[in-house]
Design a protein around this ligand. Structure first.
Ligand code: PGA
Length: 227
């Protein structure tokens, strides 16, 4: 079955030319569905079939300096938007803000990719993880039709560290999120690379991957999207 592979470029690259070159080097005929999430400033000019934003604001317009709204993303035909990434939570985004962003995206027919996860260690067992995730999911999905939301499970200790969760652990969490919350898909993210991606994609309840650093290396990313 086709999986969904989302590239989170974060604050990379630094020029429009490089962003266009990077997008142009990603195979448009991959086996899996591919979404690129470049920095907002490049969204209108990178040119790729499926594009996502890395964040949005929950108000559509008004006196909110520096923000980008779901309504504006819709005008660029952006199909997906990441919200609640741990790097945004670290700078103040709360579960309530994430919930407001999810709602605004759905009103504008953009698929939210809601990140959940937290900064504990790999040693925590599945039940402990579920207990904490439940809090993020209960608030983040409050009053929302979760069947229209993609959830990305990203343990914070795994992001950009070269350490990843086990595919079996991620599978258990994905099954929990799907059955308890009815999310449309659950992705795994956190130090996914060419060498560890396949066992995650082989899990029946993991709907795909959210890839950071490795998505900036076309020779590697092009292999992941064809696994
Ligand atoms: P990483 O980032 O793949 O570089 O760990 C994933 C993410 O933050 O979405």
């Amino acid at each position: 079955m086709k999986k969904l592979i989302i590239a989170n470029w974060k604050l990379n690259p630094t020029t429009l030319k490089e962003a266009q070159r990077l997008a142009g080097s990603i195979s448009s005929k991959a086996k899996n569905t591919v979404v690129l999430c470049p920095p907002t400033i490049f969204l209108s000019q990178v040119g790729f079939k499926n594009l996502g934003a890395q964040d949005c604001f929950w108000q559509e317009r008004g006196a909110f300096t520096g923000q980008t709204s779901a309504l504006q993303l819709k005008s660029l035909k952006i199909k997906y938007c990441i919200v609640g990434h741990s790097e945004k939570r670290a700078t103040g985004d709360t579960d309530e803000m994430v919930n407001a962003k999810v709602k605004s995206l759905l009103e504008n027919k953009i698929t939210p990719v809601m990140c959940v996860g937290f900064g504990t260690t790999v040693e925590q067992d599945d039940l402990e993880v579920v207990d904490i995730l439940r809090h993020q999911l209960d608030i983040g999905l409050k009053g929302v039709d979760a069947s229209k939301v993609i959830v990305a499970y990203e343990p914070v200790w795994a992001i950009g560290t070269g350490k990843n969760a086990s595919p079996e652990h991620a599978e258990k969490i994905s099954l929990f999120v799907k059955t308890k919350y009815n999310a449309s898909k659950v992705l795994y993210g956190g130090s996914v690379n060419l060498y560890n991606a396949k066992p995650f994609l082989d899990q029946p309840n993991i709907g795909g991957l959210l890839v950071g650093g490795e998505s900036l290396i076309p020779s590697h990313f092009n292999q992941i999207i064809n696994m």
